[in-house]
Design a binder for this molecule. Structure first.
Ligand SMILES: Nc1ncnc2c1ncn2[C@@H]1O[C@H](COP(=O)(O)OP(=O)(O)OP(=O)(O)O)[C@@H](O)[C@H]1O
Ligand SMILES: [Mg+2]
Length: 319
């Protein structure tokens, strides 16, 4: 606390004068009663051009109703905080500002007017717009790059002897594209596991019972999780169609995921095949095994288990 009221008033006046933010006071009917240097810098009007004038001079016509609403709230004694809007400067240009408006109260507690702090946020707005532009461009490029890679592979493996290779490659790129599409939809924030499952497995649904989702807790995947899981699901479904339960009528897959019983921050996902041909420990391993074991471990730090049980392949991962 400062010792003298005069000193306190001088201190406050100095603060207002040196502020980088516009500090303006106005009456309850919107007439300007004080105007600091920063207000001149931001809005272009000198002190004398604004005192006793209506604050609406600064408000673009289309936003006039904002001021009515602000004054209504001030009369009720409410504060308006960090309200991002646009104001008009003396030369007619627009400036993005963040407003904080508080009621001014006299010694008897009556509301006499409002103080308004306006921060110029044009730079922030400009960089936000630039960032959005970049994000949109990147989204577009990522999608295009995947289509280009797919087309190059199609041309490179044009010969019928490479038909299987070409198909396998195309499916892998499609799985990656499915996760990319979902990520793009939500601005690269994340993907619901259920949406990813539906999207990646869509081409493998020979009938409605072929891949049955058992449990399906709501899980949001990070971008790297989404890409790795998309590839893994594609390998599981491709193998099931080639060698496992989906290679013959009556075979089916049970797919489910839930939080781990022993550590609730972890998820457990299980893929279990039933009703297919008898399964034996394989003699060879290919790309599928690499994804389902090393890649998931490496990319997601997941514990995985791949069991070639006679009754059907069982895969589980904890991540
Ligand atoms: N669901 C399944 N049911 C029965 N056997 C399977 C199943 N998935 C894989 N296998 C066996 O395991 C082997 C290895 O699978 P993996 O996916 O690693 O390689 P691939 O499918 O042969 O070739 P790639 O995945 O490189 O195209 C397969 O060749 C097959 O014999
Ligand atoms: Mg495979």
């Amino acid at each position: 606390m400062l010792p003298h009221p005069e000193l306190e008033a001088a201190f406050l006046a100095a603060l207002v004068a040196s502020s980088n933010d516009a500090i303006i006071t106005k009456s309850l009917d919107g007439v300007v009663t004080s105007w600091n240097d920063a207000a001149t810098r931001i809005f272009g009007y000198q002190h004398d051009e604004m005192i006793d004038q209506s604050i609406t001079k600064l408000i673009p016509e289309t936003l006039r109703s904002e001021e009515d609403e602000i004054l209504r709230r001030i009369r009720r004694g409410e504060r308006v905080e960090h309200f991002d809007t646009v104001r008009r400067t003396k030369d007619g240009s627009e400036v993005h500002v963040s407003l904080t408006i508080s009621p001014l109260v006299d010694a008897q507690g009556r509301i006499m007017g409002a103080s308004k702090i306006a921060r110029d946020i044009s730079d922030r707005k400009r960089s936000e717009e630039r960032q959005q532009l970049l994000v949109n461009e990147l989204k577009h490029r990522v999608k295009n790059t995947l289509s280009t890679v797919r087309a190059i592979a199609g041309q490179t493996y044009d010969d019928p002897q490479f038909a299987d290779l070409n198909a396998a490659f195309t499916h892998r790129i499609m799985a990656l594209a499915a996760s990319t599409d979902l990520l793009i939809k939500d601005d690269w924030n994340g993907v619901q596991l259920r949406d990813l499952v539906d999207s990646v497995l869509l081409p493998f649904h020979p009938n409605d019972d072929a891949i049955q989702i058992t449990d399906g807790a709501k899980v949001e995947l990070t971008p790297p999780q989404a890409s790795s899981l998309a590839l893994a699901l594609n390998e599981l479904a491709t193998n099931a169609t080639k060698y496992g339960a989906l290679s013959q009528p009556g075979g089916y897959v049970l797919l489910g995921w839930k939080t781990s019983a022993d550590s609730p921050e972890m998820m457990v996902l299980k893929w279990v095949e039933r009703g297919g041909p008898e399964v034996h420990q394989p003699q060879r391993s290919g790309f599928g095994t690499k994804i389902l074991t090393f890649a998931l471990k490496h990319e997601l730090n997941a514990d995985t288990e791949l069991k070639y049980a006679p009754g059907g392949l069982e895969f589980s991962m904890r991540f």
